[in-house]
Ligand binder design. Structure first.
Ligand code: XMP
Length: 524
């Protein structure tokens, strides 16, 4: 089926995935490609529109990231953002220069609402600027359609050729009406009808999986995380019992998590599939005994996981397909699509395919962003609790226990973590009920970790010498940078008091206020 597609051409800017996500929020499918991609390949995809992203270069410098002038005469609408805007002007005969000062941050902008790009936008609005270079002379045929106090061309258009340029970043939430501008471009200027919807994605993917798999057998490593759970739901709907899910419980999951995963995907759950739970905690604890170096712990957990999975796969025998819950950001970040620097280094499934006897990999979520995976999950009837689960690292509590790991320590951190999550959920629900909006302090990720520190305390009349629990709660957009979440003090006090009273072995509760950088989100 031919799907309306907008192509996002990546010049290496930091917000490029965000551009694509915003386009998809307009129900328009888009894909990210590096600026080095051959123009013929782009043409062959028959896009309804093209968006050029921001990037770190200066377009007038030698070896700067560039594009073919032909891109602008295909008759396909093109929108340049930040660097993309400058490049469009420069390539088409305008002038771009370095300004005396960088324009950065929230900036007031006057826009010309007679332009289709700004239809329905407030004439005086707020945008997010981040640039040194500026368009000092427009290319022939263009007119300026927005300006700020310091930037004479904050946006420009050449309607005859359907070319548009925006110096600021409409994809960033600080640009208050940015989503409207992108909507105007993809829906009105490019004329996309908006056929990208999760209900039709599920329907189409189920059909595609059936066609591809035929009567074959599929094996999936199910972690209970959002991605592998949604992949399991999709595959189950498509091929039922031809799917086998192997769930390795390494004894480093959150409290009751193993049982929760089994309740959803096991024989008493809602899905038609073969579910195998391997309770391997003892094996992992034995391998981890006495090991305290973080990288070594990660390695042991990763290797043991593969070994357990491999043993199960051998029992199952040869399968036709190995399924994985790879999602679009993984594809882009691994360098196959875009140009942004590869920053993320941890991936759970690296190397897994070598250990299993299968013919082909199947990745049903390969085209989806995380929020789309969640929508697809809801569409499939997967419980909200699972669909909105916060990120949880593959090595699990193994990297939330500083120093060596024992079953006792795992129990302490599980109990403390469950209390913390319960109280934060309670407080955030209460806030929502009272104010009608989500609590502004609501963390994107939060958990308890066990420090390796014991200290003196007093409980009743007795002296104690027990562990300190560290509470970590962060707000973040991309998990690459983060700030400590400003959880109300009374909530923290309730958590502290409950942990000390209910969790044996703990006499102190600390709140980690470090940002990332320099602190990472996890403690190890
Ligand atoms: P850090 O600690 O690097 O964490 O600031 C950033 C995000 O990545 C998660 N994380 C992991 N996820 N395997 C994963 O799947 C891992 O080994 C791993 N280590 C960290 C972490 O929970 C946070 O969301």
């Amino acid at each position: 089926m031919e799907r309306e597609t907008v192509i996002v051409i990546d010049f290496g800017g930091q917000y490029n995935q965000l551009v694509a996500r915003r386009v998809r929020e307009c129900n328009v499918y888009c894909e990210i490609y590096s600026y080095k991609t051959d123009l013929e390949k782009i043409k062959a995809m028959n896009p309804k529109g093209i968006i050029l992203t921001g990037g770190p270069s200066s377009c007038y410098e030698e070896n700067a990231a560039t594009c073919s002038p032909e891109l602008f005469s295909l008759g396909i609408p093109v929108l340049g953002l930040c660097y993309g805007a400058q490049l469009m002007s420069y390539v088409l005969g305008g002038n771009v220069e370095r300004a005396s000062a960088r324009e950065y941050g929230k900036t007031e902008v006057d826009v010309d609402c007679s332009s289709a790009l700004f239809a329905g936008v407030t004439p005086h609005t707020v945008c997010w600027m981040s640039h040194f270079d500026y368009i000092s002379r427009l290319a022939p045929g263009f007119r300026s359609i927005a300006h700020t106090a310091n930037c004479p061309v904050a946006a420009a258009e050449c309607t005859e050729k359907k070319l548009y340029a925006i110096q600021f970043h409409p994809e960033v939430l600080h640009t208050v009406e940015g989503s409207k501008m992108l909507y105007n471009f993809v829906r009105n200027i490019c004329g996309c009808a908006g056929d990208w919807r999760m209900d039709s994605f599920v329907e189409n993917t189920v059909r595609e999986i059936r066609e591809k798999v035929g009567s074959g057998r599929v094996l999936l490593a199910l972690s209970g995380g959002v991605d592998s759970s949604v992949a399991a739901g999709l595959l189950s709907r498509a091929i039922g019992k031809q799917l086998t899910c192997v769930f390795v419980d390494h004894g480093l999951l959150r409290k009751n998590e193993g049982d929760e995963v089994e309740a959803v995907f096991g024989s008493k759950g809602m899905f038609d599939l073969n579910f195998i739970r391997v309770n391997a905690a003892d094996r992992f604890y034995i391998k981890l005994a006495g090991v305290s170096e973080p990288e070594r712990k990660r390695k042991i957990i990763g290797e043991e996981f593969i070994r357990v999975f491999e043993e199960e796969a051998k029992k199952i025998g040869a399968v036709d397909f190995l399924a994985q819950g790879t999602i679009y950001p993984d594809v882009v970040e691994s360098g196959l699509g875009g140009e942004s620097a590869v920053i993320k280094s941890h991936h759970n499934v690296g190397g897994l395919p070598d250990y299993v006897d299968f013919k082909e990999i199947i990745e049903p979520l390969r085209l989806l962003f995380k929020d789309e995976v969640r929508k697809a999950g809801l569409e499939l009837g997967i419980p909200e609790k699972l669909v909105f689960r916060q990120p949880f690292p593959g090595p699990g509590l193994g990297i939330r226990i500083i120093g060596d790991i024992t079953a006792e320590k795992v129990k302490i951190v599980q109990d403390a973590d469950a209390i913390f999550r319960e109280e934060v959920a309670k407080a955030s629900d209460a806030y929502k009920e009272a104010n009608g909006t989500a609590a502004p302090w609501m963390p994107d990720q939060y958990f308890a970790a066990l420090t390796n520190m014991r200290s003196v305390g007093v409980m009743g009349d007795e002296r104690t010498y027990d562990y300190a629990i560290a509470l970590r709660a962060v707000r973040t957009i991309d998990f690459m940078t983060a700030e400590a979440a400003n959880i109300p003090f009374d909530v923290l006090q309730t958590v502290m008091s409950r942990i000390i009273n209910e969790v044996r072995g703990v006499n102190r509760v600390l709140f980690d206020i470090s940002s990332k950088p320099p602190g990472t989100i996890e403690l190890e």
